[in-house]
Design a binder for this molecule. Structure first.
Ligand SMILES: [Zn+2]
Length: 130
């Protein structure tokens, strides 16, 4: 396993009109500024204004699917309000963010892209009609 950092991954080129996304399929992935894109994420959720009652869980955010690995800490939300979610890097512990990445970029890199939320890989998931 190589451990190279992605560093600055901004693509500084002209882009197509943002409104013209009809052919661009985007996937949501976790991005850590230190570690780059990877799947190991600690999700902390709470209701705005009530940071004591949090739900913390370990997630695997893979292209096309999110697996919930383990609940670390679960309280019950005691009030209603806006749900806040913070995604923390499971490698280094820094706060990261969810970024949208065009599916084609991942495909070019040979990344396995999962289909829906059923955990089956696309190539072996030929039972279900799309
Ligand atoms: Zn990290």
């Amino acid at each position: 396993m190589s451990n190279k950092s992605l560093g600055n991954i901004n693509f500084n080129f002209e882009t197509v009109d943002v409104d013209d996304e009809s052919n661009i399929e985007l996937l949501e992935l976790f991005y850590c500024h230190k570690c780059g894109f990877h799947s190991k994420v600690i999700s902390v959720m709470w209701i705005e204004g009530d940071e004591i009652n949090t739900i913390t869980q370990l997630k695997n955010i893979k292209p096309g699917k999110t697996e919930f690995v383990e609940k670390i800490d679960q309280n019950i939300f005691k009030k209603e309000g806006r749900l806040i979610e913070e995604n923390i890097c499971g490698n280094c512990g820094k706060t990261g963010s969810i970024q949208t990445v065009p599916k084609t970029i991942l495909e070019i890199q040979g990344v396995i892209i999962y289909d829906d939320d059923d955990g089956n890989r696309k190539e072996i998931n030929n039972i279900k009609d799309k």
